[in-house]
Every structure is written in C-alpha cells, then in structure tokens.
Design a protein around this ligand. Structure first.
Ligand code: ZN
Length: 414
C-alpha cells in the first residue's frame, strides 16, 4: 500500500542520546538499537472505523522512537501493517450493508490523512493483510509441515491452529499466567471454546472459507489469514528475526504480540522475534474507558473537522507518559493549545536564553523511556524565560524550534 507523505526532519545541533525503552518481556528499561540500522514494527489498524485518539497516541509514541533513533544517526526501517481483512471489518461491513473492500479502503485513506496531519513519519513498508496473503500462506504451510500447527478436527471447516506450546517459551513476552492468558484470549478475539482445537489457547492461523466470507484459493485450501500470523509474516519478510522494537497498544500485549512472536520463533527456530516489545497506555474519555461498545470514541478526523490544531492534539496526547493510561478531556486539549501558543511565541522572539542546556535536557529525558512530561517541562521553562525577556542569544529561538520539530514532530514556525 502507499503510505502517507513524509515531512523533512531537520538535524538538531548538540549531542544525541541513545534511546532506552521499557520492554514488556523483560519488564525493565533497557537500551535499544545498538547498531547503525534499526527495525521498527508497529501493529496497524483494522480499518473498519476512523482513527481514534487511542490509535493516535500509539503512533505518536512510536514516531518519537523513530525520531530519537534518527537523531542518533540510525537508519530506521519502519514497517506497519493494515489488517484489511478480519472479523471486525467484515462485521461492520455486514452491519452497514457495505462492501468490506470499499469500507477498508475508505478508512485506510482517512487514517493516512490523520497520520499526515499529526506529522507522523510514514513507514517504509505499509502492508495490507490482503496483499500479504501469499506471505501468510508460506508461513502457515511451513508451520504445518513442521508440526507446530494443525488442522482443527472439523471436516466442514478444517481451520488451521497454532500449537501454542510449539516453542517451549510461550508467555515470555506478556509474562501472564495461564488464567490471565485464558481470560484475555477470550476477550480479545480468541476462540477458546471452538470445538476441534487441541487446546483452548491455540490461536487461529488460517480460517477455512465460510459462505459469504472473502476467501483466497491457496495451497492451504480456500480461506483467509488469522490476525497474529499476518504480523509475523510481514515483519519477518521485511525486518528479519531479532528486529529492534515491536510496538502497539497495551491491549496487544496478549494474545497478539505473544502469538506473533511465537509463530515467528516456531517458524525460524530463532529467538527473539523482537528485542523490545513496547506498549502504550490506553486513552480514556473524561475518566471512562474509550471503546466502540460505549460509543464514546473521539476521532482525530472529527477534531480536525472541528478546526482543532493537530499540533495541539499531538502535544495533548504526549503530555503524560506514554505507558500510563490517561484520559482525554477538554482541559487536556486546552492546556496543550496554551502550551503550543507559548512555545510558538517564544521561538518567534529575536532572542532568548541559551538553548544548549535545554536541548540537552530534552534529549536526555526523551532517551529515558520517552519521558515527554519532563521534556515538555524543560521547554516550558525555556519559553517562560524567553517570554520574560531573559537572555540575548539570537540563535536560541531557532535552535529550540528546530529541536521541537525534529525530536517532537511539532513545527512551531508553521
Ligand atoms: Zn500486529
């Protein structure tokens, strides 16, 4: 698929700081990307609805990862999928009497617009599940041949399942116990009660064709891909095993990331799939969980249509730490708008306090597991001093604007 348009990233003077991130598998903040190149895979949308603020917060977080790595001179390969054939998309199309392909294309187009407006740097590979069907078939066929996968005992619908014990290290990514895994598996798209499976926790790799559902004729028989294996195949074929970061919302810790890792590890016999598994907190609305069942999703496109500055959306979603569950409120947006206004005024001044120390602090905080609240506070201090007329460094406003553009993705001069 065509990704969205990119924006140039200026170089920031001073000394970059290597990025450390919290890894869900090891439960600690560890150094990332030791080499000159880095691979980033962030799980993409299922395009049955517009981009909500939870999605946006996730892609903005990993945009910071991308930007901090680039600041360190690392050549980043960013890969993102689009789950453009899966149950939620088909169910929504059915409910609305719409063609699932048309629905998927429309919502993917809107997602691109939202990402561009939020100034998220685009992936090098933006890959739909539909276009990746041959890649998934290849993975599933090998897992079957190796005995890591099996057909359900169901002559009518011989779906293919992954034996979750195939690698001997299932659970290492999420660190959840079996009871928690069972609960989350049932809640998040799994089918523990499906007859014909060997174990309730085994995950679907290939779904045999049902009447009225889209399906492809392949060596596995007529059917369509499961969800987790889509990410295993797309990531493996573009980044290889042991890539640097797999990212997503905290609702992907299990089963999605556990299985995408297990599939790839069973396939290759290598470990790990990703060196870091990173997860972003959930965004609620006014203290409540934001969900499609509650009908309280706030969409990026709606905010844009209402004339909200996308830069303020960006600052609002990054104002608290990415791993914390947090709430979208009118106050949060108003504070971000005020901050944007203060920063813009400060960088428009002819002079300000020297920026070197501020830039160094911003880099230090971002490199420490993306501590945006501390980075924002450092910039607030500089802006307040500049506004008060402190300092006569004529380069400082330009330097701060460049750093905020490059590292935080906000163009204060637009
Ligand atoms: Zn994924």
């Amino acid at each position: 698929m065509q990704p969205w348009a990119t924006t140039p990233v200026p170089r920031t003077p001073g000394t970059p700081r290597p990025l450390r991130l919290f890894d869900t598998a090891s439960q600690e903040v560890r150094p990332t990307a030791p080499g000159r190149t880095a691979g980033l895979y962030v799980c993409g949308i299922t395009p049955y609805d517009a981009t909500h603020l939870g999605h946006a917060a996730t892609y903005l977080t990993f945009d910071l990862v991308n930007r901090v790595w680039r600041d360190n001179g690392i050549d980043v390969t960013y890969v993102q999928n689009v789950t453009d054939v899966d149950d939620p998309l088909l169910e929504r199309a059915e409910r609305d009497g719409e063609d699932w392909v048309v629905l998927g294309l429309r919502e993917t187009a809107l997602f691109r617009e939202d990402m561009e407006a939020l100034r998220v740097l685009p992936p090098a590979h933006f890959v739909g599940a539909v276009e990746a069907v041959p890649e998934v078939v290849e993975v599933v066929a090998k897992l079957l041949a190796d005995g890591a996968a099996y057909r359900a005992d169901d002559p009518e619908y011989p779906d293919i399942y992954f034996d979750h014990l195939a690698t001997g290290r299932f659970g290492y990514e999420s660190n959840y116990d079996e009871v928690t895994m069972g609960t989350l598996f049932a809640e998040r798209g799994g089918d523990p009660d499906r007859p014909g499976k060997r174990h309730p926790l085994d995950a679907l790799l290939w779904r045999a064709a049902r009447p009225g559902e889209p399906a492809w004729d392949t060596e596995l028989g007529r059917g369509r891909p499961g969800w987790h294996v889509e990410c295993s195949a797309i990531a493996l074929n573009r980044l290889g095993m042991g890539f640097d970061v797999q990212g997503g919302g905290s609702d992907l810790v299990f089963p999605h990331h556990e299985f995408s890792a297990a599939h790839a590890e069973a396939l290759t016999g290598e470990h790990p799939f990703a060196r870091h598994y990173c997860h972003t907190g959930m965004i609620g609305l006014d203290g409540e969980k934001m969900s499609k069942s509650k009908g309280n999703l706030v969409f990026v496109s709606r905010l844009r249509a209402d004339g909200v500055d996308s830069r303020a959306v960006r600052l609002a979603l990054l104002a608290e730490h990415y791993r914390s569950d947090r709430s979208w409120t009118a106050d949060l947006l108003a504070e971000a708008e005020a901050r944007l206004d203060r920063w813009r005024r400060a960088v428009a001044l002819d002079a300000g306090p020297g920026a070197g120390d501020t830039l160094d602090r911003v880099r230090t905080y971002l490199s420490d597991d993306l501590d945006t609240p501390a980075a924002f506070a450092a910039l607030d201090s500089w802006a307040a001093e500049a506004a008060a007329g402190a300092g006569d460094d004529r380069d400082a406003p330009g330097l701060v604007a460049t750093a905020v553009d490059a590292l935080l993705g906000v163009d204060l001069r637009a």
